[in-house]
Design a protein around this ligand. Structure first.
Ligand code: BEZ
Length: 188
């Protein structure tokens, strides 16, 4: 699949007759909230794990030296914490462009902190997209992140802001925290 997913997402889901819909964020959507929302609630999804396996050629890297950003990979019993936003469907016109580099919208079941559930949408970059980089040891991922930078800023800033947001949310994401540890150790 081509890395530019704008058209795929537009054709994927009809928002006809829908006033508002939940969106689950597990990466930059947790801390970069540059879209209007009606409600915001911490939430989690089960069966998915956050991984820095997606290449970023347009935000945190360049085509010549891509950075690494997060996607979700299937992992039974794994719980991924994030932030849920109730948004108007028009928000997806903006987010489909912001997150065009390989991410498709999927329906997911979210659990809120009080144990209640709701259906929502989540952006996932699957391994069949051109920008997918895949698995690599955390130390090597940290090295790649340390040297990458793009129009949205240094890749390291993305990692550090995400790690900080996950700590605030109380998410235990050993993968993210190990990369952060390697990155900060290499600064010393
Ligand atoms: C998110 O924070 O949920 C997200 C991450 C990457 C692309 C799109 C959304």
């Amino acid at each position: 699949m081509s890395a530019n997913t704008i058209e795929h997402n537009r054709n994927r889901f009809s928002f006809e007759g829908i006033d508002a819909i939940w969106l689950f964020g597990y990466g930059s959507l947790i801390y970069k909230v540059d879209f209007p929302f009606l409600e915001k609630r911490p939430a989690s999804i089960t069966g998915w794990a956050r991984r820095f396996w997606q290449g970023s050629h347009d935000h945190r890297g360049t085509p010549e030296a891509p950075g690494r950003v997060v996607t979700l990979v299937e992992q039974p019993d794994s719980v991924c914490k994030g932030m849920a936003y109730r948004v108007s469907p028009s928000v997806f016109e903006y987010l489909d462009v912001r997150e065009k580099n390989g991410y498709l919208r999927f329906a997911t079941r979210m659990t809120f902190d009080d144990g209640s559930h709701a259906e929502g949408l989540v952006y996932i970059a699957t391994e069949d997209n051109e920008a997918f980089l895949g698995e690599m040891p955390e130390q090597d991922i940290a090295r790649q992140i340390a040297s990458a930078s793009g129009p949205s800023g240094p890749n390291s800033e993305y990692l550090l802001r995400l790690a900080e947001s996950l700590r605030i949310l109380g998410d235990e994401c050993p993968h993210t925290f190990l990369i952060e540890e390697h990155l900060t150790a290499s600064d010393k």
